[in-house]
Design a protein around this ligand. Structure first.
Ligand code: NAD
Length: 356
């Protein structure tokens, strides 16, 4: 029987509550689909600062590197907000992403049919349901390029540099094509090739990689047009691949189409596909400890882990179906609407388990 070693980074605020429910669901899926999971825990963020003085202890990095995959709750909170930048919980988050070499960020923007009314878009624009996957390059481009300040014609000035190498573009393009192969075989490349030289190299390289995936239909959009199309006709998209900065903006836009932050999962993958999985929301200190957090984004992050890192796609589908079924009747307070039944974080975990 296949056994997987997972590291849990529960973090701060609602992190421990939502990770506990996701683990419960994963254990149920393991039982049903005949595999086993061994858990280890490590400290990240505020809880790590309290225990060790730093947001990312060396021991956490070592444990995560040795694991088959990592599940993260969320980090941060007002208690640590006055610390200097390099000692804040969020520095631990950036540190672990760097240490694990996570270059591909996957952000699905999914609207489950029963939650359509939570979307800020009209029903006729959304259609029946929505399922877009944004693949964002995470370790290159302008966020990591040369930057500085200088004087230009006697005036103070600043600059940042967007640069990509061909191997960086090839590897993110391959991740996106692979994702498209497992979905509806449609990939939209997003760049600004009408203006930026780095985008022209990006597009040329994506087109070259496309030759390896003849079954995938590839099209190209400029980033400004893509931002518009996402709210005009989101149903046209399957997988979107783009650079770090464009992906930062577009993945937030795409996820807000779903209207419910407690529902959105994410994955960050490295070369060996181990990956770190986490909900996109933060540690929600305003509701921590009250038992009312929505655990579904974390549960759906586990489904992504089963699909992309642990090679258990059937277990992943079963979890996604159980979540969709649960939403027909049960809601945590953040997504509650009249006519549905309000449940706690723990009850939602139990309901998903029972529907699995
Ligand atoms: P947040 O996502 O934590 O909360 C925003 C709002 O959404 C709050 O009202 C919160 O109660 C609600 N919310 C979020 N997740 C929810 C859930 N699962 N169920 C029900 N309601 C939910 O964002 P914020 O308030 O801007 O940040 C709080 C802390 O989290 C800060 O310290 C921030 O730095 C940190 N943060 C961490 C991550 C991460 O760990 N990846 C991401 C974003 C923010």
């Amino acid at each position: 029987m296949k056994n997987y070693k997972l590291v849990l980074l529960k973090g701060d605020g609602i992190g421990p509550e939502i990770v506990d429910e996701a683990v419960k669901v994963l254990d149920k899926a393991a039982e049903k689909f005949d595999f086993t999971v061994e858990y280890d825990e490590a400290l990240l963020g505020g809880c790590a600062i309290d225990a060790t003085g730093v947001p990312l202890p060396d021991e956490t990095v070592a444990k995560c590197k040795a694991a088959d995959s990592v599940l993260l709750g969320a980090v941060g909170g007002p208690k640590w907000d006055t610390l200097p930048g390099n000692l804040r919980p969020e520095a631990g988050l950036l540190g672990i992403r760097g240490a694990l070499g996570l270059f591909a960020n996957l952000r699905p923007a999914v609207i489950f049919e029963p939650l359509k009314s939570a979307s800020p878009l009209r029903d006729d624009i959304i259609g029946k349901a929505l399922d877009i996957l944004v693949v964002r390059e995470l370790t290159g481009g302008i966020y990591f390029g040369e930057r500085g300040r200088k004087e230009v014609n006697g005036a103070p000035a600043a600059y940042d540099t967007e640069m990509y190498t061909v191997p960086e573009i090839e590897r993110i393009a391959r991740v996106a094509f692979e994702m498209a192969m497992n979905r509806n075989k449609k990939l939209t490349n997003v760049d600004k090739a009408n203006v930026l030289e780095s985008s022209r190299l990006w597009r040329e390289t994506v087109i070259k990689v496309a030759a390896e995936y003849p079954e995938v239909e590839l099209n190209h959009l400029y980033v400004d047009n893509c931002a518009m199309q996402l709210v005009r006709n989101p149903g046209q998209f399957d997988v979107i691949v783009t650079s770090n900065i464009f992906g930062d903006i577009l993945s937030d836009e795409a996820s807000m189409i779903s209207g419910s932050i407690g529902m959105l999962a994410s994955a960050s993958l490295n070369e060996n596909k181990a990956g770190l999985y986490e909900p996109i929301h933060g540690s929600a200190p305003d509701i921590a400890g009250q038992g009312i957090a929505n655990p579904l984004a974390t549960i759906l992050s586990v489904a992504m882990m089963l699909k992309h890192s642990l090679d258990q796609p059937q277990a992943a589908d079963a979890i996604e179906n159980a979540v969709a079924k649960a939403l027909e009747t049960y809601r945590t307070p953040d997504i509650y609407t009249e006519g549905t039944k309000k449940v706690s974080c723990k009850e939602m975990g139990d309901i998903v388990c029972s529907l699995l």
